[in-house]
Design a protein around this ligand. Structure first.
Ligand code: URA
Length: 433
């Protein structure tokens, strides 16, 4: 087989066979095909697309390019959850303990943040001592014993995707739905769960800005998951402003803890219950998502989800006292209010700008090796629909460096848009596939 022939075929809009896709992924992962040929193939795929079979074959080939996690030693139906990323997204920290509190095994591999969107692994490391490098045996033992473990992705999870993604990033071939869907799903398939619930974000703070594209991506991922025998559901949710109020590692963990105590922001609680209810249904603990939602609500009222978080923190070496007393999280030297010079109704908050402000404060990584400050971030005080007058506080900046706070303040102010008329209420959950 020659890579040249695959490029030629795709250039002419022809369908690549399973064998051809397996060949290109295997040899590229092993360094036998140069980047320039793969770049050409990616661009041909970008313009000519891939059909369902090709996308499935690509997903499976990438999943199998590295470790395929074997979770068969964990009893019960394992359900994974994945979000396409966004600003202020701390849903895993709420959903995982809620679902595990119902006796459903949650064996979760999560990523670190890069750029202005955070990662669950970094957030969890805000707990003093919390280790996300968990030995495979201990990971499985913890899930069997306490129903929950959250670990960082192993370096060898879908290595083909890692290489391809880096190449797509520099060849303007990221924004193709088949390539995105196969990239995300390859990691989910390799992570070994039986069922997958996807949170596909839409809006200015999301990867997919247009609702129509988000639905297409969700449909494609559901097709891949179901096609590879994983019971897959996707929820399309709004990311036209940050999720909840807190953006920044320990600030988000504190908000997640408050949510587990029943005091969380409405949008965050709603999303967690919606995603979680489909996980409960997929795990066979409820006949319908509505029934699943009621069970999850009980874990909040009875405090069992909060207890589960404490068990998780304890089992992975963290200090569980932080859950009862959130003042134990490291705090910033400065908390500065951001006041508006405008008045009217808030019509939009550019989530990306808030994420960038948090990154500038030191809460995110500019490069893979950046060291992050867990304590910094933004707490939004006024969200879309609120009426404000000049001088009102929009948000609070938690920072340790006055110069960075100044830049972050400008970013936060520029993220806000105002109108004279009260904006129409936006539907938060856009659809379920
Ligand atoms: N996230 C992924 O993992 N892959 C993509 O292609 C896009 C977002």
């Amino acid at each position: 087989m020659r890579m040249y022939d695959l490029i030629e075929k795709k250039k002419l809009g022809m369908v690549l066979s399973n064998d051809e896709i397996n060949y290109f992924i295997k040899d590229y992962t092993e360094g036998m095909i140069p980047d320039y040929q793969v770049s050409a193939l990616l661009m041909a795929i970008y313009f000519m697309g891939m059909n369902e079979e090709e996308t499935l074959a690509l997903t499976l080939a990438m999943a199998k390019s590295g470790d395929m996690l074997d979770l068969s030693k964990i009893n019960g139906i394992k359900v994974d959850k994945h979000s396409t990323g966004g600003v202020g997204d701390k849903t895993t920290l709420v959903i995982a303990p809620m679902v595990a509190a119902l006796g459903i095994p949650v064996a979760k591999m999560s990523g670190r943040g890069l750029g202005h969107t955070g990662g669950t692994i970094d957030k969890l490391e805000s707990f003093d001592g919390f280790s996300t490098k968990v030995d495979k045996e201990i990971f499985i033992k913890n899930v069997n014993n306490i129903k929950i473990a959250i670990a960082g992705q192993t370096a060898n999870l879908a290595p083909a995707d890692k290489k391809l993604y880096a190449l797509r990033d520099v060849t303007a071939t990221v924004d193709n739905i088949s390539l995105i869907a196969s990239s995300i799903m390859s990691k989910k398939i390799a992570s070994g769960s039986n069922a997958i619930v996807l949170d596909v974000k839409t809006g200015s703070g999301a990867f997919m800005k247009k609702e129509e594209d988000s639905f297409k991506l969700a449909e494609e991922m559901v097709k891949i998951g179901n096609g590879l025998d994983r019971d897959t559901t996707a929820i399309i949710s709004d990311m036209d402003q940050p999720l909840g109020n807190a953006v920044g590692n320990s600030l988000e963990v504190i908000e997640a803890i408050e949510t587990l105590k029943g005091n969380g922001p409405e949008d965050l609680m709603d999303l967690c219950l919606t995603l979680g209810s489909h996980m409960v249904k997929a795990a066979g603990k409820a006949e319908t998502a509505e029934e699943g939602r009621k069970l999850l609500e009980e874990t909040i009222v009875k405090g069992t989800a909060l207890e589960k978080l404490k068990e998780l923190v304890d089992a992975q070496g963290g200090n569980k006292l932080f859950v009862d007393d959130t003042d134990m999280f490291r705090k910033t030297k400065i908390i500065q209010p951001v006041k508006t010079n405008d008045s009217g109704y808030i019509s939009h908050i550019e989530a990306d700008e808030i994420g960038i402000a948090s990154m500038i404060l030191g809460g995110g990584r500019e490069t893979k090796d950046s060291i992050i400050d867990f304590s910094v971030g933004i707490v939004i005080d006024k969200k879309v629909g609120a009426k404000v007058s000049k001088g009102d506080v929009l948000a609070y900046i938690h920072g340790n460096d006055q110069e960075k706070i100044k830049i972050a303040e400008e970013k936060v102010l520029s993220a806000y848009e105002f109108t004279e008329e009260k904006p129409k209420e936006r539907k938060f959950i856009k659809g379920i596939i």
